[in-house]
Each structure stands twice: as C-alpha cells, then as structure tokens.
Design a protein around this ligand. Structure first.
Ligand SMILES: *[C@@H]1O[C@H](CO)[C@@H](O)[C@H](O)[C@H]1NC(C)=O
Ligand SMILES: *[C@@H]1O[C@H](CO)[C@@H](O)[C@H](O)[C@H]1NC(C)=O
Ligand SMILES: *[C@@H]1O[C@H](CO)[C@@H](O)[C@H](O)[C@H]1NC(C)=O
Length: 649
C-alpha cells in the first residue's frame, strides 16, 4: 500500500509536472526523434547511434552523445552551424580521428574512450575557443600530434591526455594551459623545452609513466612559476626531483616510486608547499634539515618506507617534536634496526638512536705525528648518501691521504715511529664508536703483494702499538668504524695515514719486550703505552664481538632491504590523493533529478508518468553501464554525467 505521505508527494509531483510539461508540449520545439531535448540540453546518449542525428535545435548548448557508436563519418557537416553549443560529450564512441565540423564556439569537448590517433591544426583551428579538451583513453602518440596543432588554441586551459601512447610531452602546447594530465602514458623523458613556455600551468599530472631521474631534464619544471600541483606518482624515480618551482607549488606527489635518496636541496625554497607525499618509496633516511624551507607544510606523508632509525635520523625526531600541531606527519615509523622496529620515530628516546647526542660532524682530520700533519678541507655538507668502494689495495700518492668522502667521519690518527720495527698509533674519535678496525700495510713497490694485517679495537681505546714491522719501510695505517647500529652514519671508508718505521741504526733491542706487550696487558703505568695493548684474550673477545656485530649488521641490512617494500596494488584512494581520479567540476548534479517515462506509447497524458530518481542521494548508480569495463578511474564516468536522460528542472 502507498503511504499517505507518499501519495501526497506523488500527487504534488504530478501537478508540478503537469504544469511544466504542458507549455513545453504546446511549443513543440524541433528535436531529433531519437533524442530528447530540454532547454538547450540535447540527450542523444546511450542509443547505439552510429551518427549524430540531424535536426538538433539551434538553441542547443550541450550535446550528450556519449556511449554510442558514432564514427567520424557520422558527424554531419551542419553540426558546425550550432553556434550556441558550448559542451559536447562524445566519450565512448568509435571516432578514429579528431572530429571535424564541430560547432565553432565549443568550449568543452569530451572525447574520451575513442580511438583518436591524430590531433591536427586543421581540426583544432576550427574550434578556437576551446577551453577544455578531454582526450583520455585514446591512441594519441607524440608524433601524431601535428606540429603547431595548438597554435590557434588560445583559450585552452585544460588538456587531458591520460592513458594514451605518449612517449614524451607534446611540443607546442598553448601557453594558456593551466592543467595538463598525462598520466598512464609511456613518457620516459621530458626535455626542458617541452614545458618551457607553460608558465600558466598550475596542475601537472604525470603519474604512471616511465620516468626516472635520467629522463627528467635538469630544470624541466623550473620555469613553471604558477605550478601549484605536481604529481609524479607511479614512476621509476630513485631520487626526489630537484629544481622545482617554489613560487606557487603547494602539492607535490611522489608516491610509488623507488626513491631512496632525497638530494639535500630537493625541497629548497618550496615555501608554499602544503602537502608532500613520498609514501611507498625506498627511503631509509633523510638528510638533515631537508624540510627546513617548507614553511607552509601541513601534510607530510611518508608511509611505507624502510626507515632506518640510526643516528642519521635522530634529527627527524627532534624536528618532529618541535613541529606545531597543525602539521600532520604520517608514516615515520622505524623499520630497522630490529630493536626499534615498529616504533614511531617521534617517540624514540634519544639513546635509541645510538649517537649519544653528538652533533653530526662534517670534517675529517687526519693528523700524523712527525712528519706529516694533514687537515683536509671541510667536507661539503649535507652530502648525498654515496657509498664509495672500500679501496682494498690503495695506491695513494703521499700527499693524498684522505680516502672516501669528506663527511661525517671524524677519526684523528697520530702515528709515531717508536723503533725500527714498532710504531705507536693513537687516535681520537669525535663520535663515540663501539669498535674500529685497525689495519696496516707495508707499502712496497708492488703493492699487490703487500698483505694487510688488521685487528679490531674497541671504541674505548685510543692507542695501539704495532710491532714486528720491517725497519725503514713505509706503512699505511687505516682505521674504519665498525658500527653495528649506526651503519648509516658511518660509511666504511677508511681513514688512512702513512708513516715510516725508523731506520735500522736506530734499532732498539727492546723488540722482545714489545712483542711481549702484545701478548699481555702492559702493566707499568710509567710507560706511555700502558693499558693500550690488548691481550690475546681481549683480542679474541673483540673479534667475537666484531663477528656478532657483523652478523647483526648483515641481518640489519638484509632486513632493511626486504622490509616491507611492496609495491602492491595501489588503492584507489592513492589515486584520488594524486588528484587524478575525480573531477567533479566536469558536471555537477546539484539536485536529485527525475526521469519521466511514458507507460504506453500513446500520446502522453498527465496521468501516465512513473517517477523515479536517477541520482540517488548516496551516489549509488541505479543504472548499470553496459560499456564500462570493471571499475576504472575514468573520471568522466564517475563524475555524474548522466548515462541516461535526465531533466534539468
Ligand atoms: C600566474 O597566475 C597568475 C594568476 O592566475 C597570473 O596573473 C599570472 O599571469 C600567471 N603567471 C604567468 C607567468 O603566467
Ligand atoms: C632500495 O634502495 C637500495 C639502496 O638504498 C637498493 O639496493 C634496493 O634495490 C632498492 N630497492 C628497491 C625495491 O628499489
Ligand atoms: C602559507 O599559506 C597561506 C595560505 O594557505 C599563505 O597565505 C601564506 O603566505 C603561506 N605562507 C608562506 C610562508 O608562504
């Protein structure tokens, strides 16, 4: 039974319809018989049409022609006489070429899901007032865009070419463009000139392409002074892009790449940046101060990265703790080392970073005793994370003493020749370390035959006596930090120094004593070498410790390599975050609409309407779409463009 309230509603609606329909039927404006025309809105969509019907009224402003089988031959030449048409929906048809004969003043052209391959000047110049061109899901390639095709398109603000066959950004796009979407093409390179003139560009979407850091020109984005949003999701970047235009950039999306390095200047000057997303990358650490210029950052999303919470990341904790509440940071969760896995960086105690509050130091100093004293230049900081190969058999000139990068490491070595076969090595550590590997190598004329002797010393020690050396010979002494927990702080580049044993005539027959010293802890407090020389037991212990450390270290790095880096399938939401999914601006349905269907084919009488809603308020679609493949991100489908007739009241 129909409830009283419902019948009142029905009656009321019928009266309303009667009042509206009566004058329309009296006026009987022309309308193609297969279509429905309503105050400039012409509904010819979803009708298996192979051509655009003739007889479209001259006051037409919007043509709904989507979901048909219209091909290029099916576009009548008198279509161009419809001078009031501003919007044409021709998506999901059978067009092979860019359509011609379009109404001259069309502003908005929806051509998605056809098979259009070419874009020519000839077709575009006839619709010079075009502002929005939707060409997603076609077959456009870079070479099939005629040179200068856009040269008369001086009003084009929006160009969507998602899911085409582009291998690069087309040249000669109009300077008026404000939004350019090129996601899910095959773009692998962007040369600087291609974006050069697009100073009006505000939104650039390049998701799902093949871009790596080599394919991006040095300053490709630099001139885009009006750019507010840049999206490079789902590419193959290994480092965050640099030289971004800071004047207006507010949103930067870098999710789903392979980024394992953020250059120290990557976010310089991005003072307007409001949202930065680097989720699903391969980041284990961040250079100190990387976010310092981001005055306006409010959303920083860094989920699913293999964060290694070593000393190098301690600054992040301090930074997080100093942030104002309005800043929303997500995803800074330690993945390694094991002892802090799963903990939020912000919550870690300072000790857990294993750097005991020492500042990161940017110099190396190597000091020799007599005769050499070397103070290498200040390392430039911050330096990119570069692992340098450990020089196994170094042939360094005498004056080239530093090996490895001049950053972060501070071991000051002093070497003194005690006797002709003994040298005394002492060192100072600016950062605390748990252990160091000390090695010495006789520098022969043929270094390939030299054998390296090495030992492990604990971090508490500061001296070591090397005995049984050859007299009057050059030696190279190196020290390498053997950190277990701070492996990102210290690279394994040794700090080295060269020295010479004294000539034989200075031979001092205390050699035996010195050899003894190496076996037993030296007890005599008067000797300068007291308490330096570890006994054999100590050595074994240290070696064991080192082994354990090495094992943990290995596990640690294995872990960080494997740790939960899964590309996986992207959630739809990510796509929405990237801003490429929904564009409600295409068409908004402002109110619940009604559809009118005559029950019989008899002339319509006011009594014989069924009324039901087309657009239920919860957004659910009552009409199944025969054409659409399994749910896709086709914005023009999701955005409320009617797939069936609907009335504008
Ligand atoms: C940037 O945008 C503003 C406002 O939208 C506009 O006035 C200005 O001309 C644009 N700059 C350039 C270089 O196009
Ligand atoms: C992550 O980065 C490391 C180097 O830091 C690299 O060895 C590894 O292959 C990268 N993993 C992925 C999945 O890109
Ligand atoms: C931050 O953004 C607001 C508007 O969202 C703007 O008015 C302000 O100038 C920005 N601040 C900086 C430092 O750029």
């Amino acid at each position: 039974m129909i409830s009283p309230a419902w019948s009142v509603f029905l009656i009321g609606t019928k009266i309303g319809l009667f009042l509206q329909v009566a004058p329309l039927s009296v006026m009987a404006k022309p309308c193609p018989s297969v279509c429905r025309c309503d105050a400039g809105f012409i509904y010819c969509n979803d009708r298996f049409l192979t051509s655009i019907p003739t007889g479209i009224p001259e006051d037409a402003t919007t043509l709904y022609l989507q979901n048909n089988q219209i091909n290029n031959a099916g576009i009548p030449s008198d279509l161009k006489n419809l001078l009031k048409v501003e919007r044409i929906y021709l998506y999901h048809n059978s067009l092979d070429e860019f359509p011609t004969n379009l109404p001259k003043y069309v502003k908005e052209l929806h051509l998605q899901e056809n098979n259009i391959r070419t874009i020519t000047y000839d077709s575009l110049s006839k619709i010079p007032y075009l502002e929005e061109l939707h060409l997603d899901d076609n077959s456009v390639s870079a070479v099939s865009i005629e040179e200068g095709a856009f040269r008369d398109s001086n009003y084009l603000r929006l160009l969507f070419l998602s899911r085409n066959h582009l291998s690069t950004i087309p040249w000669g796009l109009p300077r008026t463009i404000e939004e350019l979407r090129l996601d899910d093409n095959r773009i692998s390179t962007i040369s600087s000139p291609s974006l050069q003139g697009l100073t009006s560009l505000k939104r650039l979407v390049l998701d799902g392409n093949l871009l790596n850091n080599h394919g991006l020109g040095d300053k490709v984005f630099f001139n885009l002074v009006n750019l507010t949003e840049l999206s490079l999701v789902r590419n193959s970047l290994t480092a965050a892009p640099v030289n971004l235009p800071g004047t207006n950039l507010r949103k930067l999306y870098l999710q789903d790449n392979h980024i394992n390095r953020v250059p120290p200047n990557a976010f310089s000057y991005l003072r307007q940046l409001y949202r930065l997303d680097m989720s699903n990358n391969n980041l284990s650490n961040l250079p100190q101060g990387i976010f310092d210029d981001l005055d306006n950052i409010t959303q920083l999303i860094l989920r699913n990265n293999p964060w290694y919470c070593g000393c190098k990341m301690k600054w992040v904790r301090d930074w997080l703790q100093s942030l104002p509440v309005k800043v929303n940071v997500r995803g800074l969760m330690c993945q390694a080392p094991e002892k802090v896995r799963g903990m939020a960086i912000k919550d870690l105690n300072a000790e857990l970073f294993d750097c005991k509050d020492n500042p990161v130091v940017s110099t190396i100093q190597i000091t020799t005793g007599t005769p050499n004293t070397v103070h290498p230049a200040q390392g430039q900081w911050p330096a990119p994370v570069t692992k340098q190969p450990d020089p196994k058999n170094p042939k360094l000139a005498k004056d080239q003493r530093t090996t490895g990068i001049p950053a972060r490491k501070t071991i000051i070595i002093t070497v003194k020749s005690v006797t002709s076969d003994t040298i005394h090595i002492s060192w100072k550590l600016v950062l605390p370390m748990t252990a160091l590997r000390l090695s010495w190598l006789k520098l022969d004329h043929s270094p390939a035959f030299g054998s390296i002797t090495e030992t492990i010393v604990t971090g508490e020690r500061s001296e070591y006596l090397v005995t049984a050396l050859e007299p009057d010979s050059p030696y190279r002494v190196c020290m390498v930090p053997m950190e277990t927990s701070n492996l990102y702080l210290f690279d394994e580049t040794p700090v080295c120094i060269e020295t010479e044993t004294a000539p034989l005539r200075m031979y001092n027959p205390t050699t035996t004593l010195n050899r003894e010293q190496e076996k037993e802890p030296y007890k005599n407090p008067n000797l300068p070498l007291a308490a330096i020389i570890g006994g054999a037991v100590a050595l074994v212990t240290i070696a064991l410790l080192a082994l354990v450390c090495w094992y943990v270290h290995r596990n640690g790095s294995l872990f960080s390599r494997n740790c939960a880096y899964s590309k996986g399938r992207r959630r739809k939401d990510d796509y929405a975050e990237a801003g490429t999914k929904k564009d409600n601006s295409i068409l908004e349905i402002r109110e619940t609409s009604f559809q009118m269907l005559p029950i019989s084919s008899e002339p319509i009488s006011k009594e014989e309407f069924v009324i039901h809603t087309i657009f239920p308020p919860n957004g659910m679609n009552l009409y199944k779409n025969n054409h659409s493949e399994s749910s896709s991100n086709r914005s023009y489908r999701d955005s409320g463009i009617p797939d069936s007739d609907h009335s504008h009241s």
